[in-house]
Design a protein around this ligand. Structure first.
Ligand code: FE
Length: 208
């Protein structure tokens, strides 16, 4: 039996998402992004799992093979699934960092101030490709620091052993329907909608 990847629920209903996320994304994007794009990555992962059961390992080579493409697309879809799960999880709040005291203190210690962190986070996210992410990660494996990383697509730029704490999706599908080319405005709205209580829970679970 092939492993089954899960399309995880958001911490709010589809109906509530339209209200909770209204300042960041419009109602259609909220629906399309979750129920089409995010779900699509999970569906692809499960299709890949089935393909891996029977793919010919002996046909592998450095140009093209079915097994090679299945392996290659596993990383894209896995990263897309993980980042979207967390993206929805960290949104839907009032943007008040005092509701996440432990992660707030860690950010201030690493970056000097919350504003300095925001400026660096925003710079990373604005600089990513038209399909990319800006992600606050905890570098669990190596430096034990918080880092803002620039990710092109879902995976180019990912840190090995880095736990994503705050990922902002800057694929055009995330914001163009509402904000057009104003990616920076979308990121500001995202930061103002963060649910710091849930971010603190993730931080305490993985980064302590
Ligand atoms: Fe997305």
């Amino acid at each position: 039996m092939a492993y089954e990847w899960k399309f995880n629920p958001r911490p709010y209903s589809d109906e509530d998402a339209k209200k909770l996320l209204a300042k960041v994304v419009d109602a259609e994007t909220t629906d399309w992004h979750y129920n089409t794009h995010h779900k699509g990555y999970v569906t692809a992962l499960n299709t890949i799992e089935k393909g891996l059961e029977t793919a010919d390992r002996g046909a592998a080579n450095g140009n093209y093979s079915v097994i090679g493409e299945l392996k290659r697309r596993t990383t894209w879809n896995h990263a897309g699934t993980v980042l979207h799960d967390i993206y929805w999880d960290v949104m839907g709040g009032d943007g008040d960092p005092s509701k996440g005291p432990q992660v707030k203190a860690a950010i201030e210690k690493e970056f000097g101030s919350l504003d300095a962190w925001k400026a660096d986070f925003k710079a990373a996210a604005v600089s990513a490709k038209l399909s990319g992410w800006g992600v606050l990660v905890y570098d669990m494996l190596y430096s034990k620091r918080l880092l803002n990383v620039l990710v092109d697509e879902h995976h180019y730029g990912a840190i090995w052993g880095g736990i994503p704490l705050i990922p902002v999706d800057v694929f055009e599908h995330a914001y163009y329907h509402k904000d057009g080319p104003k990616r920076a405005a979308y990121i500001d709205n995202f930061l103002g909608n963060l649910h710091w209580g849930r971010i603190d829970e993730r931080f305490k679970k993985f980064a302590k």
